[in-house]
Design a protein around this ligand. Sequence first.
Ligand code: SAH
Ligand code: SF4
Ligand code: F3S
Length: 457
Amino acid sequence: MTSETSKPEPKRLFIKTYGCQMNVYDSERMRDVLRPLGYQPVDTADNADLVVLNTCHIREKATEKVYSELGQIKKMKQASGGKMTIAVAGCVAQAEGAEIMRRQPAVDLVLGPQAYHKLPEMVARASRAAGERLETEFETLEKFDALPKTREADGPTAFLSVQEGCDKFCTFCVVPYTRGAELSRPVDDIVMEARNLAAQGVREVTLLGQNVNAWHGAAPKLEGGSEWGLSQLSRHIAKIGGIDRIRYSTSHPRDMDADLIAAHGDTPEMMPFMHLPVQSGSDRILKAMNRGHTAEHYLDIMRQLKEAQPDIALASDFIVGFPGESDQDFEDTMNLVREVGYAIAYSFKYSPRPGTPAADMFGHVPDEVATERLHRLQALLWEQQRAFNASKVGQTIKVLVTGKGREAGQMHGRSPWQQAVHFDAPEHVMGDIVDVKVVGATQNALAGEFAAVAEVA
Ligand code: SAH
Ligand code: SF4
Ligand code: F3S
C-alpha cells in the first residue's frame, strides 16, 4: 500500500540514450523501473541525482563519445560535492565492463542490457557504497519478467521490444557479443504490453528486435496453439482496438518469409515501410561479412515486397570500406542501390571492432578511399530520398499527429512511409490520424495542408 506520506522524496533522473531504437526502448524501461523509487526524468545532467548513459558500441566513434561525455559529467559530479550517481548502461557497458570504471573512476555503476531490472537495487547499494557495481550477466527473459508490467506511454507512438539478441555473427558486428543470443518474448507478454499501450492512446507500435523478423513463438491456445512468426504476431496485434499502425525494425534478409511479405498486402495496419539492411551489393563481400545471403536473393525479396504493397518505402543500411572491398565491389553496391530505389538509408564507413573476425581480416581499405566511396554512395542515396519525398507532393496522405510544431499553430506527425510531416492544424488533432495534402518536400520532411480528421487509419 502506498500512501501520500510513504511516497519517496522526488529525485532527479537524467538518461542519455545513444545507438539504436532498442536502447531508446530500454531507456524508457529504466525510467519505469526507477519511477517507484521517486526518480523523475529531467532534461539535463546538471544537478541530477542519477545520470544514466545508455551506450552504443557499434562503431568506434559511438564508444569514444561515451568517454568524452563521462568527462563532462564527472565535472558536474564534482560540483555536486559527489552526490551524483553515474551509471553506464547499454552495449559499451556489456563490452567493456569494469574497464569503464578503471578508465573513468567517477562511474559508480556499470550494467549491461540484460540487467536493467536490477537497477533500483544497484542504485540503492551504490548510495550505501556497498555491494556489486558491475552487472553484465545475460539473462534476457529474467529482465523482461522482472520489469514492471505496465508502462507509461509517451504520445501516440511507442516502441515494443519483441526480440533481443543476435546469433548471426556478421563478421563486422559487436551486437551478438553485447546483446547475447537471439531470444523471442512470448506472445502473451507482447500482447499484454500492446493492449496496455493502446489503452493509453497509443495508435502506432513499432515492434523492435535486432533481428525482429526472426521472432517466433507459440501461438495463444485459442488461436490453435501452433508456432507463430512475426507475420501472425503482427496480424494479431493489428486486431487490438486502438492500434491502427504497425511497424517493425530491424529485419534480416535471411529471416524474411513469404507470409511476412504477404502480411504487407493483406493487413492494412501494416505500414508501407521495410527496413532491410543489405550492407553491400557484392556477393564476395557479403560472404566475407557472413551475411548468409546474396545480392540477388535480397533483390528478389525487395521485388516481392513491392508486389505485395506497391507503395512500400524501402530502407537499408550500408557499410563501405569493409576489408577487401574493391572498386568493383563498391560499384556492385551502387548498382544495387540504383536497382532498388530507396526511400531512406543509413550508410557507414567500416569501423573495426575489437574481438570481431573482420577486425583481423586482410585488405584494409585506406581511409581516403572509404571516405570517397561513402560520399558517392550518400549522394546517390540522398538523391533517391529527395525523389521519394517529392513523389508525395500533390497527394492527400494519412498522418498520425505526434506533436506541436516549432511555430504557433503548427503540428507535426508521421506519414505512412515514416517521414516527418509539418502542417498547420488545431491542437486538438494531437493523436489523431488526419488527412493532409502534401504541398512541399525536402530531403527529410514533407510540408502539408491539413484537410480533415481521417475516418479510417
Ligand atoms: N541488427 C541490424 C542492425 C545492427 S547495427 C541488422 O542486422 O541489420 C546497425 C547498422 O550498423 C548495421 O546494419 C551496419 O550497417 C552498421 N554497422 C554495424 N557494425 C558496423 C561496423 N563495425 N562498422 C560500420 N558500420 C557498422
Ligand atoms: Fe549485427 Fe549481423 Fe546481428 Fe545485425 S544480423 S545485429 S549486423 S550480427
Ligand atoms: Fe549500438 Fe547496442 Fe544498438 S551496439 S546499435 S546500442 S544493440
